[in-house]
Design a binder for this molecule. Structure first.
Ligand code: URA
Length: 205
Protein backbone atom coordinates (compact mmCIF):
# COMPACT_ATOMS: atom_id res chain seq x y z
CA UNK A 1 0.00 0.00 0.00
CA UNK A 2 0.92 3.64 -0.43
CA UNK A 3 1.39 4.15 3.31
CA UNK A 4 4.36 1.79 3.45
CA UNK A 5 5.81 2.98 0.10
CA UNK A 6 5.69 6.73 0.55
CA UNK A 7 8.64 8.02 2.52
CA UNK A 8 6.84 10.91 4.18
CA UNK A 9 3.06 10.34 4.20
CA UNK A 10 2.39 13.54 6.19
CA UNK A 11 4.14 15.61 3.52
CA UNK A 12 2.30 13.69 0.80
CA UNK A 13 -1.00 14.48 2.54
CA UNK A 14 -0.11 18.18 2.65
CA UNK A 15 0.76 18.00 -1.05
CA UNK A 16 -2.56 16.30 -1.78
CA UNK A 17 -4.41 19.10 0.00
CA UNK A 18 -2.48 21.69 -2.04
CA UNK A 19 -3.22 19.76 -5.22
CA UNK A 20 -6.99 19.91 -4.58
CA UNK A 21 -6.74 23.62 -3.73
CA UNK A 22 -5.04 24.31 -7.06
CA UNK A 23 -7.50 22.42 -9.24
CA UNK A 24 -9.40 24.34 -11.86
CA UNK A 25 -12.10 21.70 -12.38
CA UNK A 26 -13.71 21.86 -8.91
CA UNK A 27 -17.52 21.72 -8.82
CA UNK A 28 -18.71 25.29 -9.54
CA UNK A 29 -20.33 25.75 -6.09
CA UNK A 30 -16.96 25.10 -4.38
CA UNK A 31 -15.80 28.61 -5.36
CA UNK A 32 -18.26 30.02 -2.80
CA UNK A 33 -16.61 28.10 0.07
CA UNK A 34 -14.15 29.96 2.31
CA UNK A 35 -11.48 27.31 1.95
CA UNK A 36 -10.80 23.62 1.54
CA UNK A 37 -11.38 21.50 4.63
CA UNK A 38 -8.95 18.62 4.42
CA UNK A 39 -8.56 15.72 6.84
CA UNK A 40 -6.76 16.02 10.13
CA UNK A 41 -5.01 13.60 12.43
CA UNK A 42 -1.90 11.50 12.80
CA UNK A 43 -0.64 9.38 9.94
CA UNK A 44 -0.98 5.72 10.87
CA UNK A 45 -3.93 6.33 13.21
CA UNK A 46 -5.72 2.96 13.56
CA UNK A 47 -9.16 4.55 13.05
CA UNK A 48 -10.05 6.94 10.24
CA UNK A 49 -13.48 8.59 10.24
CA UNK A 50 -15.14 9.87 7.08
CA UNK A 51 -18.00 12.38 7.29
CA UNK A 52 -20.02 14.01 4.54
CA UNK A 53 -18.73 17.53 3.95
CA UNK A 54 -17.66 20.50 6.06
CA UNK A 55 -20.46 22.57 7.55
CA UNK A 56 -20.62 26.30 8.21
CA UNK A 57 -18.20 26.28 11.17
CA UNK A 58 -15.77 23.87 9.52
CA UNK A 59 -15.71 26.07 6.42
CA UNK A 60 -14.72 29.09 8.50
CA UNK A 61 -12.21 27.20 10.68
CA UNK A 62 -10.67 25.12 7.89
CA UNK A 63 -10.91 22.05 10.12
CA UNK A 64 -13.24 19.03 10.01
CA UNK A 65 -15.88 18.33 12.67
CA UNK A 66 -15.59 21.45 14.81
CA UNK A 67 -19.29 22.49 14.62
CA UNK A 68 -22.39 21.00 16.32
CA UNK A 69 -22.03 17.57 14.68
CA UNK A 70 -18.33 17.58 15.52
CA UNK A 71 -18.95 18.35 19.17
CA UNK A 72 -21.45 15.49 19.38
CA UNK A 73 -18.97 13.23 17.62
CA UNK A 74 -16.22 14.18 20.07
CA UNK A 75 -18.44 13.41 23.04
CA UNK A 76 -19.49 10.02 21.63
CA UNK A 77 -15.90 9.15 20.69
CA UNK A 78 -14.70 10.00 24.19
CA UNK A 79 -17.45 7.85 25.70
CA UNK A 80 -16.36 5.01 23.43
CA UNK A 81 -12.79 5.31 24.67
CA UNK A 82 -11.46 6.82 21.45
CA UNK A 83 -8.96 9.61 21.88
CA UNK A 84 -10.12 12.01 19.16
CA UNK A 85 -6.67 13.61 18.57
CA UNK A 86 -5.37 10.08 17.98
CA UNK A 87 -7.90 9.42 15.21
CA UNK A 88 -7.77 10.71 11.64
CA UNK A 89 -10.93 12.60 10.68
CA UNK A 90 -11.94 13.68 7.19
CA UNK A 91 -14.86 14.14 4.80
CA UNK A 92 -15.99 12.63 1.50
CA UNK A 93 -16.42 16.14 0.07
CA UNK A 94 -13.81 18.77 0.90
CA UNK A 95 -15.73 22.02 0.43
CA UNK A 96 -18.88 23.39 2.10
CA UNK A 97 -21.85 23.26 -0.28
CA UNK A 98 -24.55 25.70 0.77
CA UNK A 99 -27.39 27.89 -0.33
CA UNK A 100 -27.12 31.50 0.78
CA UNK A 101 -30.33 32.49 2.56
CA UNK A 102 -30.32 35.91 4.22
CA UNK A 103 -27.58 35.83 6.83
CA UNK A 104 -27.46 32.03 7.15
CA UNK A 105 -25.75 29.59 4.86
CA UNK A 106 -27.97 26.55 4.42
CA UNK A 107 -26.27 23.17 4.09
CA UNK A 108 -26.92 21.41 0.78
CA UNK A 109 -26.29 17.70 0.36
CA UNK A 110 -23.62 16.80 -2.15
CA UNK A 111 -25.01 15.02 -5.20
CA UNK A 112 -23.62 11.93 -6.95
CA UNK A 113 -21.40 14.06 -9.19
CA UNK A 114 -19.92 15.90 -6.21
CA UNK A 115 -19.20 12.64 -4.40
CA UNK A 116 -17.61 11.17 -7.53
CA UNK A 117 -15.44 14.26 -8.03
CA UNK A 118 -13.80 14.06 -4.59
CA UNK A 119 -13.70 10.27 -4.45
CA UNK A 120 -10.19 9.74 -5.92
CA UNK A 121 -8.80 12.32 -3.49
CA UNK A 122 -10.45 10.62 -0.52
CA UNK A 123 -9.08 7.31 -1.69
CA UNK A 124 -5.53 8.67 -1.86
CA UNK A 125 -5.91 10.44 1.45
CA UNK A 126 -6.91 7.17 3.12
CA UNK A 127 -4.07 5.25 1.48
CA UNK A 128 -1.58 7.83 2.74
CA UNK A 129 -3.05 7.97 6.26
CA UNK A 130 -2.93 4.15 6.42
CA UNK A 131 -5.68 3.31 8.95
CA UNK A 132 -6.59 -0.22 10.01
CA UNK A 133 -10.30 0.54 9.85
CA UNK A 134 -12.32 3.28 8.11
CA UNK A 135 -15.51 4.31 9.92
CA UNK A 136 -18.01 5.86 7.54
CA UNK A 137 -20.40 8.35 9.13
CA UNK A 138 -23.64 8.50 7.15
CA UNK A 139 -24.76 7.68 3.62
CA UNK A 140 -22.49 10.02 1.64
CA UNK A 141 -19.30 8.64 3.16
CA UNK A 142 -20.46 5.06 2.64
CA UNK A 143 -21.35 5.76 -0.97
CA UNK A 144 -18.03 7.45 -1.63
CA UNK A 145 -16.08 4.58 -0.07
CA UNK A 146 -17.95 1.68 -1.65
CA UNK A 147 -19.19 3.32 -4.85
CA UNK A 148 -22.60 1.86 -4.07
CA UNK A 149 -25.75 3.32 -2.52
CA UNK A 150 -25.90 0.85 0.39
CA UNK A 151 -28.53 1.28 3.10
CA UNK A 152 -26.84 2.03 6.42
CA UNK A 153 -29.57 0.19 8.31
CA UNK A 154 -28.59 -2.99 6.47
CA UNK A 155 -24.82 -2.83 6.87
CA UNK A 156 -24.42 -0.84 10.06
CA UNK A 157 -21.92 -2.22 12.54
CA UNK A 158 -20.41 -4.88 10.31
CA UNK A 159 -17.11 -4.57 8.50
CA UNK A 160 -17.25 -4.41 4.70
CA UNK A 161 -14.16 -5.13 2.68
CA UNK A 162 -13.84 -3.17 -0.57
CA UNK A 163 -12.20 -4.64 -3.72
CA UNK A 164 -9.14 -2.47 -3.10
CA UNK A 165 -8.70 -3.91 0.38
CA UNK A 166 -10.14 -1.15 2.55
CA UNK A 167 -12.05 -2.24 5.64
CA UNK A 168 -15.14 -0.08 6.08
CA UNK A 169 -17.24 0.06 9.23
CA UNK A 170 -20.51 1.92 8.51
CA UNK A 171 -22.50 3.84 11.07
CA UNK A 172 -24.81 6.86 11.10
CA UNK A 173 -23.78 10.50 10.81
CA UNK A 174 -23.79 12.48 14.08
CA UNK A 175 -26.00 15.16 12.51
CA UNK A 176 -28.70 12.49 12.13
CA UNK A 177 -28.72 12.30 15.93
CA UNK A 178 -29.02 16.09 16.17
CA UNK A 179 -32.04 16.07 13.86
CA UNK A 180 -34.06 13.46 15.77
CA UNK A 181 -37.22 15.14 17.06
CA UNK A 182 -37.79 13.59 20.49
CA UNK A 183 -35.52 13.10 23.49
CA UNK A 184 -36.20 9.35 23.79
CA UNK A 185 -35.12 8.42 20.28
CA UNK A 186 -32.20 10.86 20.56
CA UNK A 187 -30.92 9.13 23.69
CA UNK A 188 -31.48 5.67 22.25
CA UNK A 189 -29.78 6.46 18.95
CA UNK A 190 -26.92 8.21 20.68
CA UNK A 191 -26.27 5.09 22.77
CA UNK A 192 -26.32 3.00 19.61
CA UNK A 193 -23.84 5.33 17.98
CA UNK A 194 -21.50 5.07 20.99
CA UNK A 195 -21.87 1.27 20.84
CA UNK A 196 -20.85 1.33 17.15
CA UNK A 197 -17.80 3.44 17.94
CA UNK A 198 -16.85 1.03 20.73
CA UNK A 199 -17.15 -1.91 18.33
CA UNK A 200 -14.93 -0.10 15.80
CA UNK A 201 -12.39 0.63 18.51
CA UNK A 202 -12.41 -3.04 19.59
CA UNK A 203 -11.63 -4.09 16.01
CA UNK A 204 -8.36 -2.19 15.95
CA UNK A 205 -7.12 -3.09 19.41
N1 URA B 1 -20.39 17.18 9.16
C1 URA B 1 -19.53 16.48 8.40
O1 URA B 1 -19.89 15.55 7.73
N2 URA B 1 -18.28 16.84 8.41
C2 URA B 1 -17.82 17.84 9.12
O2 URA B 1 -16.63 18.11 9.06
C3 URA B 1 -18.73 18.56 9.92
C4 URA B 1 -20.01 18.21 9.91
Amino acid sequence: DLFSQVEDPAAALAALKAEIERRNDLPPWAAAATQIVFGEGPVGAPLLFVGEQPGDEEDLAGKPFVGPAGRLFNRAAEEAGIDRPMAYVTNAVKHFKFKPTGRRRLHQSPDAGDIAYYRPFLKREIELAGPRLVVSLGATALKSLTGKPLAITKVRGETIETPDGLRIFPTVHPSYLLRLPDADSKAREYDRFVADLKAAQREVR
